[in-house]
Write a protein that binds this ligand. Structure first.
Ligand SMILES: [Zn+2]
Length: 265
């Protein structure tokens, strides 16, 4: 029996409120044994924590995602805002079943100023360094800015660049810095040529599987709510692209996630 690990699923979002239990049961029946909820903002940390605590093998992480950074801050409020985020983070990172810091990162396609995003990300990187925790990172169109910022810290626990899409070269740069790549529904789209070519060649030890549900539906399911059970299709696509068995993909990627997030059960 294969065991798959969804390393990135927003299972705490309201869209799962009505049928979360049955979705998770279906997942278990289809071989999805583990799931991480990377909570995106303070108000979700408690929600994610309660879901994780109520289920075997569901874990969570705490972070402030760039989309959830307060956009309307006046310049003189930024300092106090950052202080609150830092204190909240400090209080939550070692709660039960919290295995990482994130989701946090940089996104050049949103209106929140890049400088403010970088300040918020700095809090997460500092905390990861001081508390020896892995990171779950979101990055859109800001790979240079992100690499530069990561280099300012000593992060032996590394982390994952989630929802990776990009070239082999960019992926290998992150792998060399101790970061794995989160591989999701993107690879099911034939037009995602560059990413599909990259995942054929990358070391299998560098890859984690993820759905990013409810976002990022796989090919053929556009416009529908994505579900963590799509991890099976993503694993199958990766197996086809690399010309190896589904078992091999499942065994290695689940081991990679367990190693990164120090999950021993
Ligand atoms: Zn996400």
């Amino acid at each position: 029996m294969i065991v798959l690990f969804d390393s990135h699923c927003h299972f705490d979002f309201d869209v799962f409120d009505a049928d979360r239990e049955s979705v998770w049961q279906t997942c278990n029946q289809r071989g999805i044994g583990y799931l991480i909820i990377p909570a995106v903002a303070q108000q979700q940390w408690q929600v994610a924590s309660e879901i994780a605590n109520a289920h075997n093998n569901i874990y969570m992480a705490v972070g402030l995602h760039p989309w959830w950074i307060e956009k309307s801050l006046a310049a003189d409020n930024i300092e106090s805002y950052l202080r609150i985020v830092e204190q909240d983070l400090q209080r939550h990172i070692f709660q039960t079943k919290c295995v990482a810091i994130g989701e946090c990162g940089l996104d050049a396609l949103v209106e929140t100023p890049m400088q403010l995003q970088q300040q918020v990300l700095d809090l997460h990187l500092k905390s990861a360094q001081e508390n020896s925790r892995p990171l779950i990172i979101h990055c859109r169109k800001a790979h240079n800015e992100l690499s530069t910022q990561l280099k300012n810290y000593s992060l032996p626990q590394g982390g994952v660049i989630h929802g990776f899409s990009g070239s082999y070269e960019i992926a290998m740069r992150y792998w060399a810095m101790g970061f794995r790549l989160g591989i999701g529904g993107t690879i099911t789209y034939e037009r995602a040529n560059k990413t599909r070519e990259a995942v054929k060649k990358l070391p299998l030890e560098a890859l984690l599987l993820e759905t990013d549900a409810p976002d990022m539906p796989i090919q053929g399911k556009q416009g529908q709510r994505n579900s963590p059970d799509a991890i099976v299709d993503i694993a199958q696509t990766l197996a086809q692209l690399r010309n190896v068995s589904l078992e091999k993909i499942a065994t290695q990627t689940t081991a990679n996630s367990k190693l990164l997030f120090k999950i021993t059960s």
